[in-house]
Design a protein around this ligand. Sequence first.
Ligand code: NAD
Length: 482
Amino acid sequence: MTSDMLARATPLSVRMLIGGQLIGSEATIAVRNPATGDVFATAPDCSKDQLDAAVQAARAAFPEWRARPYAERQKAVAAIATVLSENLDTLKTLLTCEQGKPLPDAMGDILSGAQWCQGTATLEQPIHTFDEGPQRSGRVTRVPLGVVGAISPWNFPVALAMFKIAPALLAGNTVVLKPSPYTPLTTLRIGELLKEHFPPGVLNVISGGDALGPWMTSHPDIDKITFTGSTQTGRRVMASGAPTLKRITLELGGNDPAIVLPDIDPKKLAPRIFWAAFRNNGQFCIATKRLYIHQDIYDDLKSALIAYAATVRIGNGLEDGVQLGPMQNPAQKAHVERLIAEARAEGILCETVGTVPQTDGTFLPLTFLDNPPDSCRAVREEQFGPVLPLLKFQSTEEAITRANACEYGLGAIVWSSDEAAALSVADRLEAGTVWINDCHYLSPLAPFAGLKQSGLGCEGGLEGLQEFSAPRTTFIRRASKR
Ligand code: NAD
């Protein structure tokens, strides 16, 4: 498969992995290339019976998989990284065609997934032992939960799927993975590639339309749901999982603030601050979505950001030199356009930069909002697109209060040349992850958690691994010595 083939919109189809078999379906869903608007492939539309078959296969595979020595499961999870790296070229082209992101970013998405598998595989599950005096001792071990339903979104289809399957499998569970209907292909292809790497039923990959997610979250034989997506859908997932008391991990939306202290050099830092907000076209849960700038440097940083934005090339992600692709889907594009139109109607100055290709693709230029009030919808709500409100502040205290006045609590950034000053601000921000003079960095060895309406539980690190198991305490009564 070459990029030419895909670019010419050759119909392409991939199959689901169910119980170790590659399987199509009667119905299919169309997959659109966001750079051209063309439907270039189809994916299976998993029926209810096929979901049941996947869950049954996962259930049947569970006893043998949970009994495997932990070290063997570590090797199997690390091997996913090798498969992803060995197939990087074809996977990245497919990902660009369905998601829109430029090839280097598609490569980044896949390699992040590989690194996550590699890093997760190094985690050890500690056994806690305790002594209760002469009569009793005890230990706490971890037991896997059973069948895990993993549901992923369209913005980072590969990395976010790996964030789920690596710890789930390592902990001894079996998995049914479902990608977004907007971007099912690369995940399904990875399922095809992993077919021989796991015993039948241990990893199942299915795709489908809007009905499939709710079938999974209410399925009586799925024990745990790990979900990444919007806060609105997260609430539905929780409600749907309640009757069967599913264990649930939710990685949800964000409206990340970044605070820029007055001691930075605006011109020098502008490109890094730009990419913190606009990477992946802002379709990034941990993108900067509100940029609080000290009044002393507001005008300089605004000019530097706009000047830098004008140098960024927007286009079809398959082309060399393109730095930003199209928005992933028409609904998301329309949402961002609505937010900008509303801001304009409120009299807010909107600076729009960039030339977009004239195709049926879902391209958008880059927009900066000049000091809108905090009540503006583009400030209050997650935009998830190439639009950034620039917000002027007078005192650090004010910036912290405004940054925290938000229902979300995913990530935050402090930009400053004074590390101690930045740290004291960082410690007061209501976010699960805070970066100082950095952005987007996540580690498989550290937890990534959303506070407030940004989620429940976490991914990454030992804490993330333990979301896929339960503690089991064993008390041992000592034999009396006589
Ligand atoms: P979405 O909530 O629309 O969909 C996410 C997934 O859930 C898709 O696979 C979708 O098919 C499925 N789904 C939809 N309705 C469902 C239902 N009722 N029950 C079960 N599953 C259902 O989100 P999206 O538009 O794909 O992704 C964008 C959102 O994801 C943004 O809000 C973004 O911030 C968030 N996100 C969060 C993180 C994080 O780690 N916190 C990472 C990436 C994206």
